[in-house]
Design a binder for this molecule. Structure first.
Ligand SMILES: C[S@@+](CC[C@H](N)C(=O)[O-])C[C@H]1O[C@@H](n2cnc3c(N)ncnc32)[C@H](O)[C@@H]1O
Length: 185
């Protein structure tokens, strides 16, 4: 994703804010993290994490990515001191939990600059020599409510330029980063 100082990053399905610490190291105190999650419990923990670290550059919003109105969320971000168009976004282990992740992707990109960087990390069946672990991976995903067949990183491959790919854990974890190339209006 390569976030740089002072950037505003959207964390889609931010959960308890596990990504925040790494992001803060790159964007610094003049950057902004916008965390969106539908779960008030997760956001409560994310808020506590931000308070414990003294991060006053974190904007947390409770919303369902598949049904939110980007113009309302954009206005909320602006009223909280951020910009309506973030410079980068990441979605780690969240899109595969959303039955209509394509709609979530569309809403996310509406909240981004036309040249924003996007990173998706999500799960699929292990491959190659790790293939025998597939039943275990499927069970873990099913228990957590994730669709292991969703492969939401396809959206990065299909709509972004400058795409980089990585995978780990026998191909179970798939990582894609790329740049939107939408004309800025
Ligand atoms: C497995 S957790 C990952 C949290 C975080 N991204 C991380 O890597 O630690 C998935 C998160 O996505 C959130 N989520 C699931 N569906 C969502 C939706 N439709 N809109 C917003 N958030 C959603 C869940 O509430 C949960 O906090």
């Amino acid at each position: 994703m390569d976030p740089s100082p002072a950037q505003q990053i959207l964390d889609v399905g931010c959960g308890t804010g596990l990504n925040f610490s790494l992001l803060q190291r790159r964007i610094g105190p003049t950057g902004i993290i916008v965390g969106i999650d539908r779960s008030p419990q997760m956001l409560h923990r994310a808020r506590r994490r931000a308070a414990a670290h003294g991060w006053d550059n974190v904007i947390l919003i409770q919303a369902d990515m598949t049904t939110l109105d980007p113009s309302i969320i954009g206005a909320h971000i602006r009223d909280s001191g951020g910009s309506t168009a973030s410079e980068a976004a990441l979605a780690t282990y969240s899109l595969s939990l959303m039955p209509h992740w394509g709609t979530a992707w569309k809403n996310m990109t509406t909240l981004l600059r036309g040249d924003a960087r996007i990173c998706v990390v999500d799960m699929q069946d292990p491959i190659g020599r790790a293939r025998w672990l597939a039943p275990l991976a499927r069970l873990a995903c099913a228990l957590g409510g994730a669709d292991i067949t969703a492969h939401p990183w396809r959206a990065v491959e299909e709509t972004c330029t400058d795409v980089t790919s990585a995978s780990t854990r026998g191909g179970h974890l798939q990582i894609r980063a790329g740049r939107l190339s939408r004309p800025t209006t």
